[in-house]
Write a protein that binds this ligand. Structure first.
Ligand code: AGP
Length: 613
């Protein structure tokens, strides 16, 4: 969702804030704004569109100041335009606020403020909050930190906010509930951001702000943290592991293609220290510490959204096959509200790249409250989901900036596969030969990905053929059904072509009506797993003149001869095919979107981490 940056120190704030916004732009990008204090003036500049539009707007303005806050927006209340962009002034223009999240009771608060003579310029819930802070501050005659605290006690909803005051150029007050916020500590300076990406080039010392905490960043003073309930907290300084290099495009035209090509490395990173090829063993510390819980689990519930949900489905296939534990895969947004049955001998596995997805966080809270053991699978180290779980396993894919998830997906599948194999081995439901064979093959996957990435140019070439398409169908069976769903999601989110994924055999129950010579059908048809059955499904498409793009195992002749376009992947174990088959689908979506001229890294209406429900 929205991105927040703040700076207070000895340097000029504007270039730091702008660079920070550019790093955070993947979180939201429909408008951007900045507030700076200089010469007793609180200057606010805002623009509809991207950070580049803000830079253009601010060109001739006073951008001096060593304190400031800045924001890149993903609209919730009010359309994306200049008025609704953040920062918002208070009525007197003495305060300015930026906000990520939703104030649910804003309408009631607004009504109350209007009775006290407050007027509103924007349609946002955020403007209501800054007016409330000002009202509370003036009527109680308190400082900014106290006013923020008192105001937040009246607020229902989720927020990460930062507020500055015209007459106090030495202080930023920030607070969070449900939306992430991190403070970077430099030399006599503080940085503030919704995630660590804008901070990494300045310092590796960070403090993650906890739920319902208010932080006061004051020039020349130590960081001060209090809860909204007025309890003082000692800041816990952590060391950032992220590097600047990981946040740059490294010669690639887009983050998405860079991240696709990183997969041989990210999968090795996911397995590093966990898969021992010498001993043919898997070691997951999160599992070892909680072995009995896994061995005695009656059920596993996976909860996730989007791509992470697709990874969860692949995890279900693997855990049920190897560990013989029933697995349910839930959309977090449904799970959290539908009064699910959760038992204390259930293991709940939230999966999330960002670790900040609001629905998945709420699903975790619900499962925890019902006594389940929570084992998180997340990519962003130190994010909210891992901090709220009992144990878990990081995917170690490194920062993923492209809004369309690629390397995080294959890393999630890798972790789930390791977990399934390990539980199966420890429970004795997986025979030793199959276990050692699959572990050894898992170790070979990064090399196989390197090999298949060589087909990038071929895929780029035939992608040009499909810019005409309005619709696509993706088909797969078994482990490759979720891959079909994921391939379809990738295409629709970045190319805006409507795409549906189906289990291949389900096609004849309805979707087959859509097949004509206009309809491209992507079929995942590797030799491992239900090959002949998929061949029959392909014949059904062929008979109706659908355009077939197949993903086959190297050396395949039968499906290749039936297909209009073929991409081959190296042979592997059935449960590992998704790790290979997903990659040509990522490349196909990427190249179609590029040829169509779409904004691949920042597709319309989307945001990288969905911190509102
Ligand atoms: C993936 O390409 C999507 N942009 C989206 O579906 C994403 O996977 C979903 O929002 C879940 O995010 P998370 O993994 O950070 O929880």
């Amino acid at each position: 969702m929205c991105g927040i940056v703040g700076y207070i120190g000895n340097k000029q704030a504007y270039p730091i804030l702008i660079k920070g916004l550019q790093r955070l732009e993947y979180r939201g990008y429909d408008s951007a704004g900045i507030a700076l204090i200089h010469d007793n003036k609180l200057n606010v500049y805002k623009a509809k569109g991207k950070v580049s539009d803000l830079i253009h707007f601010a060109e001739q303005k006073d951008i001096v100041g060593s304190i400031g806050i800045a924001h890149t927006r993903w609209a919730t209340h009010g359309e994306p335009n200049q008025v609704n962009a953040h920062p918002h002034y208070s009525q007197s223009e003495e305060l300015a606020i930026i906000h990520n999240g939703i104030i649910e009771n804003y309408a009631v608060l607004k009504e109350g403020l209007m009775k006290h003579g407050y007027t509103f310029k924007s349609q946002t819930d955020t403007e209501v909050l800054v007016q409330l802070i000002e009202y509370v501050k003036k009527s109680n005659n308190v400082d900014l930190t106290k006013a923020v605290q008192l105001a937040l006690n009246q607020v229902v909803g989720a927020y990460a906010i930062a507020v500055i005051e015209k007459d106090k150029p030495d202080v930023i007050v920030a607070a969070r509930k449900g939306s992430p916020l991190v403070v970077g500590i430099g030399d006599d300076e503080f940085f503030l951001a919704s995630d660590a990406t804008p901070i990494v080039e300045f310092t590796d010392q960070v403090v993650y702000i906890g739920e319902e905490e208010i932080v006061t960043l004051q020039r020349g003073k130590q960081l001060k943290i209090k809860t909204i309930g007025d309890v003082e907290k000692t800041p816990e300084i952590k060391k950032l592991e992220m590097t600047l290099n990981q946040l740059e495009k490294g010669g690639y035209p887009h983050f998405m293609i860079k991240e696709i090509f990183e997969q041989p490395k990210t999968l090795s990173d996911s397995m590093r220290g966990r898969v021992s090829l010498e001993e043919n063993e898997i070691k997951l510390s999160g599992f070892i510490d909680n072995k009995e819980k896994f061995l005695n689990a009656k059920r596993i519930i996976i909860t996730a959204c989007g791509t992470s949900w697709h990874a969860g489905l692949i995890g279900k296939y693997a855990i049920e096959e190897f560990a013989r534990i029933p697995v349910e895969v839930e959309y977090s947004s449904e799970f959290r509200y539908r009064k699910p049955v959760i038992n204390s001998d259930d293991i709940v596995i939230p999966i999330s790249q960002s670790g900040e997805t609001a629905d998945t966080l709420a699903a975790v809270d619900l499962a925890k409250a019902n006594g389940a053991f929570i084992f998180g699978i997340c990519n962003v180290v130190g994010s909210s989901i891992p901090r709220n779980t009992h144990s878990g396993c990081y995917t170690h894919a490194g920062p993923e900036i492209g809004v369309a998830s690629t390397k995080a997906f294959t890393a999630q599948v890798t972790v789930l596969t390791m977990l399934a194999l390990l539980i199966g081995k420890e429970k004795g439901t997986l025979d030793h030969e199959q276990y050692t064979k699959t572990v050894a093959e898992l170790g070979r996957i990064p090399e196989k990905i390197k090999h298949l990435l060589k087909q990038d140019a071929v895929i780029a070439e035939f992608a040009k053929t499909f810019t005409y398409a309005q619709n696509f169908i993706y088909l797969g069976r078994g482990y490759n059904f979720p891959v079909a769903l994921e391939g379809a999601l990738k295409l629709k989110e970045i190319s805006y072509i409507h795409a549906e994924g189906y289990p291949a055999a389900e096609m004849k129950h309805g979707p087959i009506a859509l097949i004509s010579q206009e309809m491209p059908v992507v079929v995942i048809a590797p030799s491992a797993g239900m090959y002949e059955k998929v061949v029959s499904n392909i014949q059904e498409i062929k008979a109706r003149k659908g355009k077939i793009i197949s993903i086959v195992t190297e050396g395949d002749k039968v499906v290749s001869n039936l297909s209009d376009y073929t991409i081959s992947i190296p042979d592997t174990e059935e449960c590992l095919v998704p790790l290979l088959a997903a990659i040509p689908l990522q490349l196909l979506a990427y190249h179609i979107a590029v040829v169509k001229g779409c904004d691949v890294d920042q597709p319309r209406n989307l945001a990288k981490s969905v911190t509102v429900e």
